[in-house]
Design a protein around this ligand. Structure first.
Ligand SMILES: [Zn+2]
Length: 974
């Protein structure tokens, strides 16, 4: 499911059903035929009526689809059949993680064709494995085969004779990954069927294949998601068969698509937030596969889609390997034709964002192939035509697809290996006419810089360290400004272009990926004629922008000391206490607020009971400068164990706490005992869950609170918000939700308002923020643009006045000697002076038209008010991730700490149509408004999108951890 994967984000529900990888909507029912399969685990199905009743029936029973999956193959009887563990034929019901593991363990003991390797653990502690299948001879020399393929993958220094030997002798490697989206289940069972076929099959067809190809099977890419949806499906299954596609028996919130934190791991290959992804990077790169299959499912009424993709294709995709896609498609099609099955290629499947599984496989040198099988959720289903389709059929499709692709790989082994090495050689060729060297200047955000290093190095990209300064020529920075030359005095990371993974680095770090003319025309036509977009994921993703780092693409980067640029070693943050050189007890400890980890320090320190202060200005202490947003723990405000607690919190957070002997700030900044330091209050967080909250967006926020901030959050059911006693919480976070949230908040609005007035911090974002901006709820005076079309000029004026206030200059001559006739103020007429008229229906229609061109994941320039506490750790502008058609407008007394830039400077990366530029220019990105003793904080888009948008996630972290203390009033203790 790729198409639908993105659709919830894009708010086009109809498409989600029509396209693939369907959104969680639209799963359905089950018919059980004859003997019931026991729903859980490998135990035998109980004989019907044996205990006087028949249990519910999950799966389709072994009568449903009788076809043999691989007919005519002789089998080794010593190899355990899947049925021996499942109790039913493979595909009769979805297998559990424990069953899949047990089968693979058994096979690895039984068969000389199998090796089982582990590559990680899920968040819920489930083992991640991959099984390697080859001829006994290839399995025996597996390390030598891996070493040979590593030489092709990095051909620097490879001798021609050695290369010829490898090309003549090495098997090609196929990596087959199943069901990265947990509720797209048939891949896993298809993979089991295929594995058994390859391990137990006798005769030249299977044995010949295994001499030419080493098959690596990632049998269950998302065990946590699969077990979650299996639990739901089994709980929802009935005794009476139900073929309804729309039944909740096909799943419900939070579904099984994501991992434990509901992250879409088919978008995570680039940022590697999930441990599953990081484990897989290492495992895949230890094989250097030539074929990379990613098996999904899409809407239940669909058929089967496979590669190749349609335009737009990411321009950095290796050329030679991808030419094989047509050959693979033709032979996969022929295999389907032999059965008379329906299928299609291209249509909605594009390959623009580089962080999908198959795209990642392609960037690392393989032929990347996507499957999308119609989803039945483990059960039979009736299609619109009346045809009843079964889960085991879906499993059959997956298995046949995989085998067809393996056969194509085997038949073309040497030619594909030759193209593989040709692509890698092309990556090593310098392109002197391009800005081809990537440079990251160190120091702006240390934790984010370390993350980027780990993320790129972890995927095989060589990152070099420059410690003696660099001169860059013809450099473009991450906010798109071009410089003839740039001199960097401090440390930097450098990515040189001539390396085997250079295309992956370019694809990830390109500042402004642009569609070609034809693709733009195509998209525009789709929007104008059909009112829908052909793009199904983000159009910008540059990590340097997502992390707001000081980065450049340049033509050359010369070390000032003319030294070498060694590979950058992994870095651990310095953490703990930096003590002064005296024996006197310190006055306080200070943690610099630049680093995002300082927020985690504050959270940990408050959890341990420390009183922590937040600085609203920069200052000097302990012999160094500290940025605004730095944290102060005073000795006299805490108990005797304060030093140990500070040290522990600093270690936990990975920051340094500087002990300072004095409250005096020697420079211009405030002294440490005064009013520029604000006592924080421990956050007690409620996080809204359940439909209509977006599953993955909820997961992104939850992950941030739990894993980044390390704070407990109470998950509260948004459906029943009015029924909670909200007093135990001082922060409520509502992740992005659909407009249906409005009807849920209406009855709870008064309670929520009272709670905010009493000191609560209410945080909402994207869809949920636009709901809170509804005037009728009375929670915010921020407004959706389409609701104030008659006041656009006033909002614009307010925005400009606000910006001017940040850029004050004084014309003293005009004050002391004013001109005789002062200029008339430009302020528009006040409401009361204007006749109240209904909004022009043409204006509404026009605005609806403009909304069609909403961006689908872009980076926009956010102008930051650095006088606001919520922007601690941010510079005066930052890239902000944005998607969707909702635009928020704000004016005083609402404060707007981050406002989108004027039209001319608005776009940083991604496709932003002029219509969207016009609507978004100078609108609000982040608003803070007081309500009684509390506050309402709205983000126009999702700040922690996919876990890698750390620049805007910092704003969310500040809101959650600092909000209760500095933006709201808590009762004084006594
Ligand atoms: Zn999918």
């Amino acid at each position: 499911m790729r198409g639908s994967c993105a659709r919830p984000l894009l708010q086009t529900a109809a498409l989600a059903l029509a396209l693939g990888c369907s959104s969680p909507a639209g799963q359905a029912a089950s018919r059980q035929q004859s003997p019931a399969a026991k729903p859980q685990g490998p135990a035998q199905a109980p004989p019907t009526g044996a205990r006087g009743f028949e249990p519910i029936r999950f799966g389709e029973g072994n009568q449903a689809y009788q076809a043999e999956l691989f007919p005519g193959t002789a089998r080794d009887p010593a190899i355990a059949a899947p049925e021996s563990v499942l109790g039913v034929p493979v595909g009769a019901r979805p297998a559990h993680h424990a069953e899949v593991l047990r089968l693979w363990r058994t096979w690895s003991e039984e068969s000389p064709r199998v090796v089982l390797e582990e590559h990680g653990l899920t968040y819920e502690g489930r083992e991640l494995v991959h099984g390697v299948i080859g001829s006994p001879e290839n399995i025996r020399r597996l390390s030598a085969i891996r070493a040979d393929l590593a030489k092709l993958a990095d051909p620097r220094g490879l001798e021609p004779a050695e290369e010829q030997r490898i090309l003549a002798s090495a098997p090609a490697v196929a990596w087959l990954g199943y069901s990265i989206h947990g509720d797209e289940m048939s891949g896993v069972d298809g993979g089991l069927a295929l594995a058994w076929h390859l391990i137990s099959g006798r005769g030249p067809e299977v044995e010949g294949l295994l001499e030419k190809v080493v098959v690596v099977i990632d049998p269950m890419m998302n065990p946590d998601g699969r077990e979650r949806i299996l639990s739901i499906l089994e709980q929802s299954a009935g005794y009476v068969p139900n073929l309804d596609d729309a039944s909740l028996q096909r799943g419900r919130w939070p579904y099984g698509r994501g991992n434990h934190y509901l992250f879409d791991m088919n978008r995570d290959w680039m940022p590697g937030i999930a441990p599953e992804t990081r484990g897989r990077w290492k495992a895949v790169l230890s094989f250097h596969p030539q074929l990379f299959v990613d098996a999904h499912e899409m809407g239940g009424q669909d058929t089967f889609l496979f590669s190749p993709a349609r335009e737009p294709l990411n321009r950095h995709l290796p050329a030679k390997s991808q030419r094989w896609n047509a050959t693979f498609a033709n032979e996969q099609a022929a295999a389907f034709d032999r059965h008379g099955w329906s299928y299609y290629t291209r249509e909605w499947f594009e390959s623009w964002y580089p962080g999908y599984s198959d795209a990642w496989g392609a960037f690392t040198g393989a032929i990347g192939i996507l499957y999308e099988q119609a989803r039945y959720a483990g059960q039979p289903l009736r299609r619109a035509s009346g045809e009843v389709v079964t889960y085991r059929e879906a499993v059959h499709h997956q298995a046949v697809s995989s085998l067809a692709n393996l056969q194509t790989l085997a038949a073309n082994r040497e030619a594909i290996l030759r193209d593989y090495i040709a692509d890698r050689r092309a990556n090593l060729e310098p392109q002197p006419e391009r800005r081809d060297v990537f440079v990251l200047a160190r120091g702006r955000h240390p934790a984010r810089e370390r993350y980027l290093l780990e993320t790129l190095s972890g995927q095989g990209i060589e990152v070099r360290a420059a410690s003696g300064g660099l001169v860059l020529t013809d450099a473009q920075d991450a906010r798109l400004a071009v410089h003839e030359s740039v001199e960097l005095a401090g440390e930097a990371y450098v990515i040189l272009p001539a390396q085997p993974m250079s295309t992956l680095a370019r694809a990830y770090l390109e500042f402004d990926p642009r569609f070609g003319e034809a693709e733009l025309l195509d998209e525009r036509r789709e929007l104008e004629r059909k009112g829908q977009s052909k793009i199904y994921d983000v159009t910008a993703w540059c990590l340097a922008q997502a992390l707001d780092l000081e980065a450049y693409w340049c033509r050359s980067a010369a070390p000032l000391d003319e030294g070498e640029l060694p590979l950058a070693p992994p870095e651990e943050p310095a953490a703990g206490i930096r003590a002064p050189q005296t024996d006197a007890p310190p006055y306080a400890w200070v943690v610099d607020g630049t680093d995002d980890r300082s927020v985690r320090f504050a959270a940990a320190a408050m959890e341990s009971g420390l009183a922590v202060q937040l600085a609203d200005e920069s200052f000097e202490s302990a012999g160094r400068a500290f940025a605004r947003g730095s944290l102060l723990v005073r000795r006299h405000e805490n108990a005797a164990d304060v030093a140990e607690k500070v040290a522990e919190a600093a270690r936990d957070a990975g920051v340094e706490a500087f002990a300072t002997p004095s409250a005096r700030s020697p420079g211009a900044g405030p002294d440490l005992g005064g009013q520029h330091f604000h006592l924080l209050a421990r956050s007690r967080i409620a996080l809204a869950t359940n439909t209509p909250v977006s599953t993955d967006a909820f997961g992104h926020v939850w992950h941030h609170i739990d894993r980044e901030l390390r704070l407990p959050a109470s998950l509260v059911d948004v459906q029943a918000l009015g029924g909670y006693d909200l007093r135990p919480y001082n922060v409520i976070v509502i992740p992005p939700a659909s407009g249906r949230l409005r009807s849920l908040l209406e009855p709870a609005a008064e309670d929520l308002k009272s709670w905010v007035r009493a000191g609560g911090t209410l945080i909402a974002m994207a869809g949920s923020a636009t709901v809170l901006a509804d005037e009728k709820l009375g929670l915010s005076s921020v407004r959706r643009r389409q609701d104030v079309l008659d006041q656009l000029d006033e909002y614009l004026f307010a925005a400009r006045r606000e910006r001017a206030a940040g850029e004050i200059s004084i014309d003293s001559e005009a004050i002391w000697n004013p001109p005789l006739e002062p200029e008339a103020p430009a302020e528009p007429a006040k409401d009361k002076e204007k006749p109240k008229v209904d909004v022009d229906p043409d204006a509404k229609r026009h605005d609806e038209w403009l909304q069609l061109f909403a961006p689908q994941g872009v980076y926009l320039r956010g102008l930051v008010n650095t006088a606001e506490w919520i922007t601690a750790g941010c510079g005066d502008e930052m890239p902000v991730y944005f998607d969707g058609s909702q635009v928020l407008l704000s004016r005083r007394p609402v404060r707007t700490p981050v406002r989108l830039a004027p039209a001319a400077e608005l776009r940083i990366g991604g496709l932003l149509w002029p219509e969207a530029r016009q609507r978004l220019a100078e609108s609000a990105y982040l608003t803070v408004e007081r309500l009684g003793r509390g506050q309402v904080i709205l983000f126009a888009a999702q700040p922690g999108f996919r876990g890698y948008n750390a620049a805007t996630a910092r704003l969310l972290a500040n809101a959650i951890v600092y909000g209760p203390g500095v933006g709201a009033d808590q009762p004084l203790g006594w």
